[in-house]
Design a protein around this ligand. Structure first.
Ligand code: AMP
Length: 217
């Protein structure tokens, strides 16, 4: 099953994808995480991407498409994958259609006020990329990742000005993908109106929906 999780930054797609992917036995592929790994390792991609990411801009299509293509050619993607944060532009979606058939696109519908609260209280593990939230998803030990014991940090793209820009870019460049996948007949919406809704419960709700849809494909 090849799935895409769509939604604004802070809509929870990464949090849910990381819980659902192991249950479906497929990798969770986050282009944001791939870029952060490249930045940490100071690769050519990382050096180019950092400039865009720090400002809240999208990394250019050719860089992200090449990186994604290489990732999904890996053996672990043979039975499918969940893409989180890709595609983010129509051009990326068109390219993706050339290299993989997507079965399901899940769109997270979350009001803007919840998104802003979530993004500004998010902390991310410096080592494994796991996401926590000082309001709704606190780590067991303050500042320490539950999964790998790495240090939890604020990301440079969480400054209020950068958050505003990321949301504007989402509206301009990524929201049109909702129509793109609706026209393909594979779009399904999931709504979260409650800032304090448990991520595990929400992930279960999405998983149930995906399993229903998968049975009908
Ligand atoms: P994310 O962790 O998905 O919120 O991504 C963090 C940042 O990485 C974004 O604000 C972009 O700068 C960059 N990025 C991630 N995925 C993409 C993509 N598909 N296209 C362009 N830029 C991306």
């Amino acid at each position: 099953m090849r799935k895409i999780f769509l939604g604004a930054p802070g809509s929870g797609k990464g949090t849910y994808a990381s819980r659902i992917a192991p249950k479906r036995n497929v990798p969770h592929i986050s282009t944001g995480d791939l870029f952060r790994k490249n930045i940490k390792e100071k690769t050519g991609i990382g050096i180019k991407a950092k400039e865009f990411m720090d400002k809240g801009d999208l990394v250019s299509d050719d860089i992200v498409i090449e990186m994604l293509k290489e990732r999904i050619e890996n053996k672990d993607c043979q039975n499918g994958f969940i893409l989180d944060g890709f595609p983010r532009t129509i051009q990326q979606a068109e390219k993706l259609a050339e290299i993989a058939d997507i079965d399901i696109a899940v769109n997270m519908c979350v009001p803007n006020d919840i998104i802003i609260k979530r993004l500004s209280s998010r902390v991310t593990c410096k080592d494994c990329g796991e996401i926590f939230n000082t309001l709704t998803l606190q780590p067991k030990q303050e500042g320490i990742c539950d999964k790998c014991k790495g240090k939890l940090i604020w990301r440079t793209d969480q400054e209020p000005e950068v958050i505003k820009k990321r949301l504007e870019i989402y509206e301009e460049q990524t929201a049109p993908l909702i129509i793109f996948y609706k026209d393909k007949g594979i779009l399904h919406h999931v709504t979260c109106n409650d800032l304090y809704q448990s991520p595990d419960e929400m992930a279960q709700k999405i998983l149930t929906k995906i399993e229903e849809l998968a049975n009908n494909i």
